[in-house]
Design a protein around this ligand. Structure first.
Ligand code: MSP
Length: 642
């Protein structure tokens, strides 16, 4: 049986500047929706891309001293790289300078013209380059563009016009009779009150050698950049080129766009489609804006300024989680390092990370890492919670309540943490007569975690895999939620302790207000050690597995493209090896040569920024300061530390 389709798009980004947090916000939230729908069983097509024409982009190309085509080619790489780093699982990346797009724009214009909705006329009015939009006198605020607060340019041109005004009543009818067409509610109301003020016809060509798609049959004009750009939603799925593919996906299920451009998508775009005789998209979702509050950097993360660079240190999931969880979808929100770190520590390190670590460590310690067949019964009550949570999370993703989906998932995470406190597996482990209860309890905790790994997958796909790996399960979720979320017994999985899923981030005084405990729900001040829990204590033999030796630093160099990292060459007595260390904010490379350090010599090698790093050096860190741990007085490289 064929699966239902789900076609989701994002706004295509202007390439006049590099990708920023706002772009990331939109693509990450759309990615979460796309991934959730794949898991829910839809055949998904997720389109993003670049908007490469128009005055604004042409100006940036001139400023960069490049021909427009060369400039936009370079920017494509920047945007694709940003979205690769953010783990955005798009299916195609449309560019408005591609031939497939030109062909489709011409085809759309041909249909609109054939249906009699294009006329020739003289345009006199204002044009804001920031918005790439035409404004009438009454749209301006004190003579300035309402969005950019800059004075628009007066334009007088002989142009082609799209008879937009003729579609006003049909648009109002459509919006009124399809409550989900514009979401969320406030955007719908904005558009309706805009339409009440009436519509004017729209100039859809620009004269004078602009950078854009030539207007069909009139090479002195190019197609107006919004008419050009909006058409990407059709050309990205084969319009004018591959009718089979096009009819598989159109009409789109949802266009995800920012609130500043909802009007283009809810007025001009549906009118263009009506004029061409095409179906309208099922829904337009206008998300809110994310603002970066303060200019403070995060010292504990190595003085990063741009939030996107935190990916170098933590991977993409913590930032994805923050963007999806922190802001109710549709509303505006803020990014600050303080809120990023406190959300990370509270939800990820404390709640989820600790749950995984405690469950896995106890299973390893008390049961040798495996739940035997016929695993007994626990008293956690997690099965009912998991079933209820799983169905509500699915519904939340379907209605695009992304932060809600995570809030509901955390009900299960927190319930499982409480279950550990209540059932005290370490007490059960002391009493051989309660073995059944112990395996039942740990089995239920493991199973709850398996379910959590599916529920968090759309938001934090890498860590979802990390959870399954720690549970000894296949990384690939393999199969759809319906089946995967059904409760089962955790028998036969082989779990093994490993490093924490989300190591705590120290909130240093410049990121969290000094003297105030982090908002992490633990009641502990930032960085304050957790009390030792019995299941966390290790045997001497565990410690002895770590091979600590003295190493001498032979050289240190910055790692290209990573401000925080240094590449060290270290003499270990046995060999010379490369170690990448996150210490660049605290030490200049030249002061490190000859220093002796403590090296964890038997750590599994890791690839960091394409360098194979073999081992880890130890440092002490407090109050934003860092010192290297060394032997105290000089000793031969390779000396064992015991
Ligand atoms: N090129 C047009 C869209 C054409 S779609 C047919 C455009 N580009 S943009 O680069 O300015 O913006 C791309 C998307 O990012 C838009 O949806 C915009 O609303 C969104 N954002 C830009 N800054 C933003 C924030 N600070 N916060 C959230 N999203 C924001 O508009």
């Amino acid at each position: 049986m064929s699966r239902p389709t789900f076609y989701i798009t994002c706004a295509i980004d202007y390439v006049n500047a590099k990708p920023h947090l706002g772009h990331a916000y939109e693509k990450v939230t759309a990615d979460c929706i796309a991934r959730a729908h794949r898991s829910l069983g839809y055949d998904v097509f997720f389109l993003i891309g670049n908007d490469e024409h128009g005055t604004k982009v042409a100006k940036s190309a001139r400023a960069a001293g490049k021909p427009p085509r060369e400039y936009v080619d370079g920017m494509e790489l920047e945007f694709r790289e940003a979205y690769r780093r953010l783990n955005v699982s798009y299916d195609d990346f449309i560019r408005t300078c591609q031939t497939r797009h030109h062909v489709g724009v011409h085809e759309l214009l041909r249909r609109v013209q054939q249906n009699g909705h294009i006329t020739r006329g003289k345009y006199t009015g204002w044009y804001c380059e920031g918005c790439e939009a035409f404004y009438t006198e009454k749209d301006l605020v004190d003579g300035l563009c309402p969005d950019h607060a800059t004075k628009p340019r007066w334009v007088e041109e002989d142009n082609y016009f799209f008879k937009l005004s003729a579609f006003r009543d049909r648009l109002v009818d459509h919006i009124r009779s399809n409550p989900d067409f514009i979401r969320p509610e406030p955007r719908r109301n904005e558009v309706l009150s805009f339409l009440e003020r009436g519509l004017e016809d729209l100039s859809i060509s620009r004269a004078g050698g602009e950078w854009g798609i030539p207007f069909p049959g009139d090479p002195d004009h190019v197609v107006y950049v919004w008419f050009d750009a909006l058409t990407n939603y059709l050309t990205g799925i084969g319009f004018g080129d591959d009718e089979g593919e096009f009819s598989k996906w159109w009409p789109a299920d949802v266009h995800i766009v920012g609130k500043d451009i909802t009007r283009f998508h809810c007025v001009i775009w549906p009118a263009m489609l009506m004029a061409a005789g095409l179906e309208l998209p099922k829904s337009v979702f206008g998300h809110g804006f994310i603002y970066q509050s303060g200019t403070k950097m995060s010292k504990s993360l190595g003085n990063i300024v741009n939030p996107l660079d935190v990916i170098d240190t933590t991977g993409s999931d913590p930032l994805r989680y923050f963007l999806i969880r922190e802001i109710t979808y549709g509303k505006d929100g803020d990014f600050s390092w303080e809120s990023f770190i406190s959300r990370y520590n509270a939800d990820l390190a404390n709640d989820l990370g600790n749950l995984v670590k405690r469950t896995v460590d106890m299973t390893f310690k008390f049961l040798g890492g495996e739940i035997a067949e016929g695993n007994g019964t626990g008293r956690t009550g997690l099965r009912n919670v998991a079933e209820d949570v799983a169905s509500r999370v699915g519904q939340a993703y379907r209605r695009l309540d992304l932060s809600g989906a995570l809030v509901i998932t955390w009900e299960l995470v927190r319930r499982a943490n409480r279950a550990i406190q209540e059932t005290k597996p370490w007490e059960l482990a002391k009493d051989p007569a309660r073995r059944d209860e112990l395996t039942g309890t740990l089995g239920e905790l493991l199973e709850a975690l398996r379910i959590v790994s599916y529920l968090v997958e759309p938001a934090i796909p890498e860590k979802a895999i990390g959870i399954r790996r720690r549970l000894g399960l296949p990384e690939d979720p393999g199969g759809l939620w319906d089946e995967a979320l059904a409760w089962r017994e955790a028998t036969g999985w082989k779990v093994a302790p490993s490093e924490p899923l989300f190591p705590r981030i120290d909130a240093s005084p410049d990121t969290a207000a000094a003297g105030r405990p982090a908002k992490d729900g633990s009641g502990r001040a930032p960085g304050e050690a957790e009390p030792d829990r019995e299941e966390d204590l290790i045997e001497l033999a565990d410690f002895e597995r770590v091979k600590l030796v003295v190493g001498t630093i032979l050289s240190a160099e910055p790692v290209r493209g990573a401000d925080r990292l240094l590449e060290l060459q270290i003499d270990t007595g046995d060999d010379r090896r490369r170690v990448v260390a996150g210490i660049a904010a605290h030490f200049a490379p030249e002061e490190l040569k000859g220093r002796q350090v403590v090296l964890v010599a038997n750590l599994k090698p890791a690839r960091i920024r394409d360098i194979e790093s073999r081992g880890m050096i130890l440092v002490a860190q407090a109050d934003g300061r860092m010192t290297l741990l060394g032997p105290g007085e000089e000793i031969a490289a390779g000396a064992r530390i015991r």
